[in-house]
Design a protein around this ligand. Structure first.
Ligand SMILES: [Zn+2]
Length: 433
C-alpha cells in the first residue's frame, strides 16, 4: 500500500479527543498526518468511509497466544491474525507458555516473533513468580526496564499473601501492574462450573463466587498496605465489582477488567453442556452478570478484556467436565459487547471504545495506542460496520482454534478495517497478511 492513505468520510469516534462526527483522516508514513473534513487526496490512496465508524485500534489486556510451547492451540502469528480480524492493534500476551515468560530472554523472543508476523503489536506480560509456581518473585525491575507493563501468574492465583505483598511493593516504583487471577485454591478445588442451582441440576461440581471474592478482598487490603498497582483480572462476581468500586472511592490504585462472556452469558447457558462454555472463572448467575454490566457502565470495571483462550479441537471435543476451560474471543469481542450492551443502551459507543481501547492503553501506559486520533500520533486504527449482522462461526476463525462460547450467536457490528502503524492488517474484512 502507498505511504499515504486518505480515510475519507468516516464517523470518527475518539473518546480521548472527545470526537464523534464525520471527518477525513490522512495517514502518512505510519502516522496520523491530518484530521478534518474535506482533506485533499493529493496522490494518497483514498478509502471511503461509506458509513463506517473509525476508532483507535482496540487494546486487549488479556490474550493467551500460547507460543512458545503450545503451538497446537495457537501461534503468535495465528493469534495476532485473529486480533487484527477483531479490530485490535495491541494485545498483552499471557505468560503461561512453555517456557514461561518469567525472564527478559523469553519476552524478547515473543516480541521478535510478533514483530515478524507484523499483524498486531504484542506486549508480553511477565510472570509474577518464577515458573508460575507462586513462590519466588521474578526480576520485576529487569522486566520493567525491558518494557514489560503488566505482570501476572494468570491461570494460577498468587495464593501467598506474602508473595503478593512483595510483588506489589517491588513493582510500585516501576509503575507496572500486578494483575491477579483471583481464585482461592481451596474453595475452587475440582470445580466445573459456578456453584448454585444449575450446578446441582446438572450434577457438576460448583465453585462459589466467594472463591474470587476472598482473594479480591485480600488483594485490596494489600494494595492499601503497599500503595502498589493492583489489576483484577476477569471479574466474575457482582460483589467483586462492589469491592473495587469502594476501593477506587477510597483512592486505592486498583483497576479491573471483565470479559465479553462474563458480560453476556450465565450459568443457565450451560444446560447444553457445551464444553466451549466451560470457562475459568465460570460464568455465574444473571444477577452477577448484571452487576458486571453495571460496573462496566459506571467505569468501576475499566476494560473489556477477551481472555482469548484457544484450545485444539481434540482437547475441547471431550465431555464438559474433562474439557480444558476457556473460549476464544478476539474475533467476536467487539460484536458481542456491541450487540448486547450498546444496542441495548447499557453503554454508549464512545464508552465502549473507551473500555476496549483508550482505557486499557492508558492502564498500560501505551503512548501509541488508544488515541487520541490527532496529527503526529501513530496510525493505529480500526473501522467497524455497526449495521452488519453475522453469525459467530459462520466462516472459519483466523485463530487456529474454534472453541468459541458464542458459536451460532447472531451478532450486530463487524470489524472491517484494522490499521497498524499506517498499514492495513485487515482490509474489507479480509486479513492482508
Ligand atoms: Zn485467568
Amino acid at each position: 500500500m502507498p505511504e499515504r492513505t486518505l480515510l475519507r468520510g468516516f464517523r470518527l469516534v475518539d473518546p480521548v479527543a472527545g470526537h464523534d462526527g464525520t471527518t477525513d483522516v490522512l495517514v502518512e508514513d505510519g502516522l496520523v498526518a491530518a484530521v478534518g473534513p474535506g482533506l485533499a487526496a493529493d496522490g494518497a490512496e483514498v478509502v471511503d468511509g461509506d458509513g463506517l465508524v473509525l476508532t483507535p485500534g482496540l487494546v486487549d489486556l488479556h490474550a493467551h497466544l500460547r507460543e512458545p510451547g503450545f503451538e497446537q492451540k495457537e501461534t503468535i502469528e495465528t493469534g495476532t491474525r485473529a486480533a487484527a480480524a477483531g479490530g485490535y492493534t495491541a494485545v498483552v500476551a499471557m505468560p503461561n507458555t512453555d517456557p514461561v515468560t518469567d525472564n527478559v530472554a523469553v519476552i524478547a523472543e515473543v516480541r521478535a516473533r510478533a514483530a515478524a508476523a507484523a499483524l498486531c503489536e504484542v506486549f508480553p506480560a511477565g510472570s509474577i513468580t518464577r515458573g508460575l509456581e507462586g513462590e519466588s518473585l521474578t526480576d520485576i525491575g529487569e522486566m520493567a526496564a525491558a518494557g514489560v507493563r503488566l505482570l501476572t501468574d494468570d491461570g494460577n492465583c498468587v495464593g501467598s499473601s506474602r508473595v503478593m505483598r512483595l510483588a506489589l511493593e517491588y513493582a510500585r516504583p516501576f509503575g507496572v501492574l500486578i494483575a491477579q487471577h483471583p481464585q482461592d485454591a481451596g474453595l475452587s478445588e475440582g470445580w466445573q462450573m459456578h456453584e448454585g442451582h444449575y450446578s446441582a441440576l446438572l450434577g457438576l461440581t460448583g465453585v462459589p463466587a466467594e472463591a474470587e471474592e476472598v482473594v479480591v478482598a485480600r488483594d485490596l487490603a494489600l494494595a492499601r498496605l503497599t500503595g502498589g498497582r493492583l489489576h483484577v483480572m476477569h471479574a466474575s462476581s457482582a460483589r467483586t465489582v462492589a469491592m473495587v468500586r469502594e476501593a477506587k472511592a477510597e483512592g486505592l490504585r486498583v483497576s479491573a477488567e471483565v470479559t465479553p462472556h462474563h458480560l453476556t452469558l450465565s450459568d443457565e447457558d450451560l444446560v447444553t453442556y457445551d464444553p466451549n462454555r466451560r470457562i475459568n472463572p465460570p460464568v455465574r448467575t444473571p444477577e452477577h452478570r448484571d452487576g458486571l454490566r453495571a460496573g462496566l457502565a459506571d467505569g468501576t470495571l475499566d476494560a473489556v478484556a477477551t481472555d482469548h483462550a484457544p484450545h485444539a479441537a481434540e482437547e475441547k471435543e471431550r465431555e464438559f467436565d474433562l474439557a480444558p476451560p476457556g473460549t476464544i474471543g478476539l474475533e467476536t469481542a467487539f460484536a458481542v459487547v456491541h450487540t448486547e450492551l450498546v444496542a441495548t443502551g447499557v453503554l454508549t459507543l464512545s464508552e465502549l471504545i473507551e473500555r476496549m481501547s483508550s482505557r486499557p492503553a492508558a492502564l498500560l501506559g501505551l503512548d501509541g495506542h488508544g488515541g487520541p486520533v490527532i496529527p503526529g500520533r501513530p496510525a493505529n486504527l480500526a473501522a467497524f460496520d455497526l449495521t452488519a449482522e453475522w453469525t459467530a462461526g459462520e466462516r472459519p476463525f483466523r485463530s487456529l482454534a474454534a472453541n468459541s462460547a458464542f458459536l451460532g450467536r447472531r451478532l450486530r457490528g463487524r470489524p472491517v478495517h484494522t490499521i497498524l502503524g499506517g498499514r492495513f492488517t485487515l482490509r474489507d474484512g479480509e486479513a492482508t497478511a
